[in-house]
Design a protein around this ligand. Structure first.
Ligand code: NAP
Length: 278
């Protein structure tokens, strides 16, 4: 493992503005990446976005069509991009996507790879098929983190807790049922815009290794988050607590997905919900 330099930012020197070539944002069309791109533009950077669907360029943003799972289009995406912010991800196979990106980026001579991972990647064990089926995402993120660390490229990795948007989507799906089955466990949702701002800061700074986690301002029981969602949307449903089986679920009940000492996010779940309904 490379020894990471800890970087705890903000009020020190202004970040270096990158002027040589575009910054590649993978996943620049997703919840997080969509918020990273305009912040890089505001910092004066040229931005290239990788997407599986072709899109029109505009406002200093170039789109390259490619797929990290198949490697199609990836050479063109990394060409000339010294800084890469890797936000592309899905529920499965993030390690394969990371490997394909790293191979292409190494060949192209990238100078800084910034990776977004998840709090708990290193603490939630994937020991059985049940763990993999429900929490395999965390195992993939850890594998991807290790690939980034061992890539030979200068790197920075930030772990964040679940974004408000993901909790919202989960609550929407759960409350379609007449009785809402809610896994026993706690979450510490964070604002995706705050994560995006931090990623931009990291991308424009020197490679820093594994930096301190970014977690939301408060820890909530999942049931509390779902109740908050129902209140905000005028829904009424009974909640049925569910204890999920397996070691990964047990680790989540033991708070492996939380970072209460890194509750540096500001925007609360209630503020996020209020904006959704306004
Ligand atoms: N959501 C959370 O709560 C959370 C918390 C911590 C960390 N993270 C991490 O943050 C990152 C972004 O999450 P998100 O919620 O913004 O995701 P999202 O909204 O689901 O967006 C996923 C993005 O990944 C791109 N993508 C997916 N598969 C791809 C492939 N094979 N090749 C190229 N691009 C691909 C998609 O681009 P196209 O569809 O345009 O191709 C899209 O832009 C992920 O790495 C995730 O693990 C998320």
């Amino acid at each position: 493992m490379t020894t990471p330099t800890k970087l705890e930012t903000t009020d020190e020197e202004p970040p270096m503005i990158h002027e040589n070539g575009p910054i590649l944002v993978t996943g620049g069309t997703g919840t997080l990446g969509r918020l990273v791109v305009p912040r890089l533009r505001d910092a004066g950077c040229e931005v290239r976005v990788l997407s599986r669907r072709s899109r029109e360029a505009g406002e200093g943003i170039e789109f390259v069509t490619g797929d990290l799972a198949t490697t199609e289009g990836i050479e063109a995406a990394v060409e000339g991009a010294e800084i890469i912010v890797h936000c592309a991800g899905s529920t499965k196979g993030d390690e394969d996507k990371a490997l394909n990106l790293i191979r292409a980026a190494s060949r192209a001579g990238a100078r800084h790879l910034v990776f977004i991972s998840v709090v708990g990647a290193d603490k939630i064990p994937i020991a059985s098929g049940i763990d993999r089926a429900m929490f395999g995402y965390f195992g993939s993120k850890l594998a991807a983190e290790r690939l980034v660390t061992d890539s030979g490229l200068p790197w920075t990795t930030l772990r964040a807790t679940q974004f408000h948007d993901l909790i919202l989507k989960t609550a929407q799906q759960m409350t379609r049922m007449p009785v809402v089955p809610v896994p026993v466990g706690r979450f510490q949702p964070v604002d995706a815009g705050e994560v995006a701002a931090r990623l931009v800061e990291l991308a424009l700074g020197a490679p820093a290794g594994l930096v301190p986690d970014l977690a939301g301002p408060r820890v909530y029981e999942m049931a509390e988050l779902v109740r908050g969602y129902m209140r905000a949307h005028g829904k009424r449903r009974p909640i049925m607590p569910v204890r999920l089986p397996g070691k990964a679920a047990r680790a989540v009940r033991a708070s492996a997905n939380l970072a209460p000492d890194r509750a540096v996010g500001r925007r609360t779940w209630e503020e996020f919900l209020a904006e959704q309904v306004s």
